[in-house]
Design a binder for this molecule. Structure first.
Ligand code: GLN
Length: 201
């Protein structure tokens, strides 16, 4: 049964781990940096931070975490992926580097290099279905979702229609970084989801 204070792991091989840790602590969740297989035991949720998906993928494999993480995700572990984390959750990447793999779980296709250099990084406000909107968010060399498969709901899009937030009820994938603007509503929702999850191991 899910405890009152959920234990949420943050994949801490690379990327903006500290910002997520701070936000989860402020929301009253227990956090654990995940760097090895033994760190997965008892987790009720996992955040995959922003960073660089190509590097994160290599490190996940080097640390022997790819299969164990895939198993946890298949077993139903709630996951919140931001930016590179969204890429790691996607079943398909249209413009990955040679040999790039993901953990998968989210039936979507993402494009890693969706924004031209001029609008590489920007802050904006977005309406996100299911939370009090608008939310203030940062896009940093962000991916977009170019195809949404069965079982996945679009929760936010940019004014031009590009999809930037998706959810399959277990995995939330965000192109942007709410943790950088101090926007806590999506993390609060995730903590509530994690609280309901009973770990398998
Ligand atoms: N473009 C990066 C990638 O491919 C993601 C950028 C980010 O996480 N802020 O992983």
């Amino acid at each position: 049964m899910g405890g009152k204070t959920p234990l949420i792991g943050i994949l801490a091989l690379q990327g903006d781990v500290a910002e997520h840790r701070r936000m989860l602590a402020a929301l009253g969740a227990d956090t654990r940096d995940v760097r090895s297989v033994s760190d997965l035991a008892g987790l009720q949720g996992l955040i995959i931070p922003g960073g660089e998906s190509t590097v994160m993928d290599k490190l996940v494999r080097r640390f022997g975490l790819q299969e164990p993480l895939r198993q946890q995700i298949q077993a139903g572990l709630p996951v919140l992926g931001t930016c590179a984390g969204l890429i790691m959750c996607a079943d398909r990447v249209s413009d990955g580097i040679d040999g790039q793999e993901t953990l998968g779980g989210l039936n979507v296709t993402v494009s890693r290099n969706a924004f031209g250099s001029q609008r590489d990084s920007f802050d904006t406000e977005l309406d996100v279905t299911g939370v009090d909107s608008p939310v203030a968010v940062s896009f940093i060399r962000a991916p977009v979702v170019t195809d949404v498969g069965e079982g996945v709901t679009v929760r936010a899009a940019l004014p031009d229609g590009r999809i930037v937030a998706v959810d399959n009820g277990q995995i939330v994938g965000l192109s942007f970084h709410p943790e950088i603007t101090g926007e806590s509503r999506l993390h609060a929702e995730f903590v509530a989801r994690a609280r309901e999850y009973s770990p398998v191991a």
